[in-house]
Design a protein. Sequence first.
Length: 611
Amino acid sequence: MFDRTLGLVPAPVTSTRDDGVVVIVDRAAVAASPALAPAARWWRRVTEEAFGVDLVPVRVDGVLDDAADVSLTVDRALPAGGYRLVVGDPVGRVRVAAADLDGAHAAVQTLRQLAGPAAYRRGAVGGPLRLPACTVSDAPRHGWRGVMLDVSRHFLPKADVLRFVDLAAAHRLNVVQLHLNDDQGWRFESRRYPRLTEVGSWRTSSTVGTWRTGSRDGRPHGGFYTRDDLREIVAHARERGVTVVPEIDVPGHVQAVLAAYPHLAARPGEHEVRTTWGISDDVLAPTDEAVEFFRDVLDEVCEVFDSPFVGIGGDEVPTTAWRARPDLVERAAALGYRTPEGAGDVARLHGWFLGQLARHLGSRGRRAVVWDEGFGPDLPLDAVVTCWRGWSVAADALAAGHDVVLAPEQVTYLDHRAGDGPDEPIPVGFLRTVEDVYAFEPLPEAFRATRPDLDGPGAGRVLGGQAQVWAEHLDSVRRVDYATYPRLSAFAEVVWSPEPDGGREPGTAASAEFLERLRTAHLPRLDAFGVEYRPLSGPLPWQRRPGVAGYPRDLDAERAAGGWAGVGGWVEGRAGAEPGGQRPAGTGVAGASSGASSDAAVSSGPSPDGP
């Protein structure tokens, strides 16, 4: 009996395995319709490198050369992003029909997987290029299949970012969101404001483990990407069917900005690039000057990135410093934002600030993306809401007309611990195994049933899902590999492949089949690529971090306390919701993070150790 999935990850919609193989020989001809040429070019390049063969591109003028050994043609009848692949037609050729370039990119990734682990090496190690005879029909379940990479907390050199993009594309993910700034560092080269990199791109030290220990390594850390570095990353990703979405996080998570330009701060005085994790109350003053500053920065971002989406953050914004400034209280009142008692409501300046930047991006033909704290009455409807605190806020945003991306920390935060054994390195956040991630459902039917308003005529769309790789505790590409894989492989299947009968919960037939396919077919591909993933049996000796404290969180307790809404994030008016404070009694956690990390001083943004 042949494997129904052919060992592919993500699993295809349908596939059949036939008898025999097709051998792609030296000087084989590869033809592609002009619209699909980038996918064909990429496949030729990696295949030549891995197998030591020369593949000959065939020029196509009008009618495709039917004599080519491998051909890629357009079939508009296929679903968007879909493809049909036949290996071994009546005369032993390879035929790909794709709905569009996205479908062609997916198809050639499938061809690479079918060629076996050797296809993921950078040099030939022997043996011909053999493909199993088969037929695959496939299309994505969701249009937004994303992964966020935090390069602010720990900077990754450009080569490592390019490699991260390669691996995302290999799993048919099509969005890589780059978190380019935070309290701990600024990574985007701004020509208009050079001190952002001169001052804001490095810090004097870093916390080792949870911020609660106060342990510093005493080692300066920094780095930034030039505009050409980022253009290269964008072009590299585009060649693989991946969109790079830049994120400039405001008006919180900006301590690195304030170190460079302190006049923008809500709190007067000197500021430094933050050397610890957690949530900082050093935030921007929501003034016209700050709006203009970040309009300029976003204009520069739009010059470098071609993505139709640009992230502007909006998570974890303590209002402590705003309340202490009478001028900001008066500004809120002048804008019509008042408390029930009639005073200026500075909390509404958060939405005002994000709304100004979102509308500016709209004038540049881009759509703003915000973490779910940014959702509110002042946010333009074309802005996308990335929901990390749970599912209730996603439903609220959908009902209001926003498109949403589901990224709940309860499942999709890959920096959260993958095991609960004593050898797990820096164990922060929730216990999330491969099986747990595989069970993720962006908008579960049990929840949807509680919200009939999501089917109304004005409701927004679920664009898809996104996994997060926050980097407080990931200080090298080896640590990024360990946290990300193979759990991102499981996530990729969830957002690409149809939900199987019986679901994907741990213990189901589908979950067991995926684990076996991962073990026998996909991990060897990652091995050949050089990915230092976490073994399914637990960390290897050199992957451990003995003596470095983490901060585990209790998922059952938080679910009991928060239900579908979750309890993450900095919440206005909640007891203990000040930076450095503890969660109110009964939540089962102290200072869990929200939209940005898993071990935050106060839970509020997207990370597990505090954004």
